[in-house]
Design a protein around this ligand. Sequence first.
Ligand code: GUN
Ligand code: ZN
Length: 454
Amino acid sequence: MSELSANSSPAALPQRLALRGDLLDFTATPRWGEVDSSAVRFRPDHWLLIEGERIAAIQPASEPLPAEWQAAPAHDHRGRLLMPGFIDTHVHSPQLDVIASYGSELLDWLETYTFPAEGRYADAEVARIGAALFCDSLLASGTTSAVVFPTVHKTSADALFAAAAQRGMRMIAGKVLMDRHAPDGLRDDVEQAERDCIELIERWHGKHRLAYAVTVRFAPTSTPRQLAMAGSLCAADPSLYMQTHVAENRAEVKWVAELFPEARSYLDVYARAGLLHPRSVLAHGIWLDANDRAALRDSGAQIAHSPSSNLFLGSGLFDWRATEAAGGAVSVATDVGGGTSLSMLRMLGDAYKVQAMQGERLTAWKGLHAATLGAAQALGLSDEIGSLAPGRLADICAWELAVGPVAERRLSVARSLHERVFAWTTLGDERNLAACYVAGRHSTPPPMPAAAAA
Ligand code: GUN
Ligand code: ZN
């Protein structure tokens, strides 16, 4: 924290930095199936000028730099893409410990692997080391903003917020709520959970680049009384986010119908508790019907589509097109550790395949938009993140379009911008990241704590 206060000293002169590269972002939502899209803003060989934490100006590299930037440090990313940092709208920080666990569907996977791993986060030191590794791994994948589940333990939420603040990252998170159907050590109760949420909201919500999300794990692990408490927190402060899972797996959907017979559907459990609103982020949404999609549209809530997790856990194929056609917002998420990578590029590769299995084709533009400007808009944060425009926070990644002989060969024969960018989103991953800037600062991971390095 001392580093934070030093950097935010009002007396310090704003730092200037100039980045040169091929700028790619979006000015609107690309249409389904359109590879020549007017929503794409591609500005080859431009300067992106940063002052302090924000983008100050953008200009063609052929024009002379303004006087103030002529002596400023310049990073030459010629031939690389400069893009807004990715936004991962659903990921579990403690689940790096269970990523790539063999052999089960959602409910069994939770019991066998996930709950035991999350139990270890009751320990503040485990939570601190885990949060540092998690945040550094996001940045190493080009993800500068994330909507994150820590664990049920207040200490794990504190550790996550502190790690994000230390790195200047935009993070939305909250202590997980679970007061039933979870093992000892992973259950809270309504009163204590409410006190913990209020304390965490006071400590972190709106501080640095952080926001609090009322975090219902999923309907089966909260009693109706706890869901009502979560709903009343959201009602008391509309600036709070809400995150949960919905309609991911068929056995889970059946269980929810047994637990909540009064609800019309799984999504309706949340709607009845006051948990569906414009700041709600619901992971998966595979097994929704037309009424649910209309409810999503009417509430302004978004689906965090998690293709890698859906394939890995065998959960099903998300109908992106129907959700969008119904007016629902769709962002993209890794859902690690159900998902098998923190790389949003890998997610886009998997998202394409999930659509292909349903006879649809996802353009690189739709995928990249959902991972940047689309997510920012759905989170109500498009004035801050998701695009390359003066005034936005300078969360910027420089990407190699191709790494290694196979990708290089493919790139060399690609004919159009979409073909090149699509090959990158399909073949690329964190190894393609050349540099990552968070709020104008080149992000270099802080040294590992001694205990983790040992
Ligand atoms: N549903 C409830 N908890 C989880 C979780 O940790 N991961 C996934 N993929 N689904 C969930
Ligand atoms: Zn999840």
